[in-house]
Design a protein around this ligand. Structure first.
Ligand code: ATP
Length: 373
């Protein structure tokens, strides 16, 4: 139980179509994260699944049953919002118990379920307190407790950690991952924070302007983005894109030239590419000091020293955005001091004129067998 299918789901507000035919199958027990830029339709999609927003077109199916016309309480879901939506005058116990009181559950059942949820969420010692006495993270855990006692088939989270500071967010990410393992329930989680997406998701759904740009496991999206949108969205700092010209194909992949330097990118070749303008993608963390298969002389205009890494930004011919380099540790990179950097063809991505990726010849670590002990 907890299987969800979206079939060509559409949402319009007046003339404005914000969700443009989304189809997706979510397996029982999966942790799915919706990410995408502000306004791409993540929350609207989640609210349609919850039944808080009317669905203009398509079907929402939970455990084989079309639920478009069912009210939220009949869908077997529970939703946790960014604003914890707690009742300030009620104790933690009563806040968690609230949905059970609405259902008129017996007192003994309420006590048992609230205490069990509080234990899972490490709130046992807080049950008599009011929300005002709790930290942001604890309040969000109360809101999650209120969802747990309903024993939903599917949990829906709408940016639940956005109000927390960075340290608390990191703690709560770990808590939520643990909770997912413990409950084994299906979870759908909306965020614009890609660290949350990468660390918590079984699969990430990247949305762009109401469409799904790609669905996949976190490392699949990182290593094999299917288009420039996903390539630019997943990864921080974002991937560098260099305009190149295709000079031909060989058995190793596709030959391109950037500023007079030739390289063969190991991607699936297809006819008709020779002479085409393509986009070469290289992640900042795949650039090293010194010459490489492609070598660039850059003069960073800004250098950020973070201790665990050094980030440099420089202007390059043909690039509107800054070219970004991420080097491990603290490196002798200084603003306005020229430096030579390079990268390998194996680390490159290649996109056609439509922004679609040519498939890379790589095996993901998660797909290769573990070496024998
Ligand atoms: P964010 O990360 O900023 O919350 P989002 O991806 O969750 O963004 P949605 O809240 O789903 O985006 O909104 C998608 C689009 O739908 C936006 O352009 C928004 O202005 C519009 N929209 C959302 N709700 C309504 C509404 N009730 N009436 C009209 N337009 C709406």
């Amino acid at each position: 139980m907890g299987q969800l299918s979206l079939k060509n789901v559409i949402k319009t507000f007046g003339q404005f179509e914000v969700v443009k035919g989304v189809s997706l199958d979510v397996n029982e027990g999966e942790f799915i994260v919706f990410v995408g830029p502000s306004g791409c339709g993540k929350s609207t999609l989640l609210r349609m699944i919850a039944g808080l927003e009317h669905t203009t077109g398509g079907d929402i199916v939970i455990d084989g049953k079309r639920v478009n016309d069912l009210p939220p309480v009949k869908r077997g879901i529970a939703m946790v919002f960014q604003s914890y939506a707690l009742y300030p005058h009620m104790t933690v116990f009563e806040n968690i118990a609230f949905p059970l009181r609405v259902e008129k559950a017996p007192e003994s059942v309420i006590r048992e379920k609230v205490e069990a949820a509080a234990k899972i969420l490490h709130l046992d010692s807080r049950l008599k307190q009011k929300p005002g006495m709790l930290s942001g993270g604890q309040r969000q855990r109360v809101a999650i407790g209120r969802a747990i006692v309903r024993e939903p088939e599917i949990f829906l989270f709408d940016e639940p950690l956005s109000n927390l500071d960075a340290a608390l967010r990191a703690d709560m990410r770990i808590e939520l991952t643990r909770l997912h393992k413990q409950l084994g329930a299906t979870m759908i989680y909306v965020t614009h924070d890609q660290v949350e997406a990468m660390t918590m998701a079984d699969r990430i759904v990247v949305l762009n302007a109401g469409y799904i740009a790609q669905v996949g496991a976190p490392l699949e999206l990182y290593h094999k983005p299917q288009n420039t949108f996903v390539a630019g969205f997943i990864g921080n700092p974002r991937m560098n894109f260099l305009p190149v010209t295709c000079t031909g194909l060989n058995e190793g992949g596709v030959e391109v030239v950037y500023e007079g330097q030739k390289l063969t990118v190991p991607v699936a070749a297809r006819s008709g590419l020779a002479g085409e303008r393509l986009m070469l993608g290289i992640r900042p963390e795949h650039i090293t000091l010194g010459a490489g298969e492609v070598t660039l002389d850059i003069a960073p205009t800004v250098v950020e020293q973070l201790g665990q890494q050094t980030i440099g930004y420089a202007a390059l011919p043909g690039l509107e955005a800054n070219f970004c380099v991420v080097l491990p540790g603290d490196q002798a990179l200084e603003a306005d001091i020229p430096v030579t950097v390079g990268f390998r063809a194996d680390d490159c991505h290649l996109f056609d004129g439509e922004g679609q990726a040519l498939e890379r010849h790589i095996t993901l670590a998660s797909q290769s067998p573990l070496p024998a002990a």
